[in-house]
Design a protein around this ligand. Sequence first.
Ligand SMILES: Cc1cc2nc3c(=O)[nH]c(=O)nc-3n(C[C@H](O)[C@H](O)[C@H](O)COP(=O)(O)OP(=O)(O)OC[C@H]3O[C@@H](n4cnc5c(N)ncnc54)[C@H](O)[C@@H]3O)c2cc1C
Length: 381
Amino acid sequence: MQTADFLIVGGGIAGVSAAARLAPHGRAILLEAESAFGYHSSGRSATYYHFGIGKSVVRGMTAFSRAHFETPTANGTALSHSSPALFIAPAGMLAELDSLEAEMRPYSDGLERLDADAVRDIVPVLRCGDDGIVAAVLDRTACRLDSEMLQQDYRAAIKRAGGQSIAGARVVAIGREGANWVATTAAGDRFSAPILVNAAGAWCDGIAHMAGVAPLGLQPLRRTIIVFDAPPDQKIVDWPFTKTAVDDFYMLPQSGRLLACPVDEVPSEPTDAQPEEYDIALAAAKTEHYTSLAVRRIGHSWAGLRTFTHDRIPVAGFAPDAEGFFWLAGQGGYGLQTAPAMAAATEALVTGGSWPAGLADRGVGRADLAVERLRIGGAPT
Ligand SMILES: Cc1cc2nc3c(=O)[nH]c(=O)nc-3n(C[C@H](O)[C@H](O)[C@H](O)COP(=O)(O)OP(=O)(O)OC[C@H]3O[C@@H](n4cnc5c(N)ncnc54)[C@H](O)[C@@H]3O)c2cc1C
């Protein structure tokens, strides 16, 4: 039996960021089921940081997290680089574009309203004009995150603080022994600690079930991305992350190719998500609808799960029904861009520290993230 102060189950961005903040306070052991860290959602995202998504609590946590992404790693590697986001609207989406602009304004001082000509100047392949995009909002404060480096950097911090990150350690049973939680892996190894942090992404309700804790009714939703060649006459490197004002389509450049997403949200079991033919075809069709591009050959595609609570706000807090069982779940489509904030909240709540002023200043209180809000007046099953 290995003993620790904190057991963290799940080695995606949520688990590694929380473990990195907890490790200086005591012995932290992080257990990841797969042989590679970040294999599930955290390795399948679009890696963007922007204010065009989520409720105000999510935007507040996104704003809080910026300082972390702007600080290079100990060896000087950048965790992000500036890359604007462009929110586009055909005539029928103008009301939603107005609302989105109003919602983003308190968080971004880099917003600019554009007409169709200005949009065409930035992304020449977008279908603009009367039958197409008529307006957009450019957010110059958006950035691209280096997800792999971010996760590596957090794991390095866990190690520096004397903690351990163990891959290939699938937790298959969780029980109580005295004041401790004991997690047993598929290999039969046993780990014990008074505090267990449930950061297992789409599997969080399953982890709770193993521990005899009431689930939160989390819902994993599958999302698909296709990759295809850019037209040779276009200089795509400076194209922004381009998304419709309502959730319908986004596109962005990556390593000389284009990524497109039909913004699908297909309910799924917790699983190793794979792209479905229908969603791949939908991504291509929407690309051809919003742009003049012909998607002749899809080079690659993938799918990942975005797991939500019923109010679409993540949860960070102790379970009211099980001492020492901490929920860190429901990061949805913003788990990377909010990870530093969620980890800071976790540190404060687990160690009994004061609530981070930077979160309070941005309108994020502990009650906003608490488990209780999902059970009182909420709809979890
Ligand atoms: C297509 C797509 C695009 C996205 N784009 C963005 C974006 O641009 N910006 C952004 O901020 N977010 C984005 N997201 C969302 C983001 O990827 C997620 O919110 C985030 O990765 C969730 O992290 P996590 O650590 O909670 O989950 P995961 O990364 O899934 O990690 C959970 C881990 O727990 C492990 N686990 C499960 N069960 C056990 C067990 N029994 N024992 C041990 N370990 C276990 C799993 O193996 C897994 O590695 C996107 C997601 C998708 C799918």
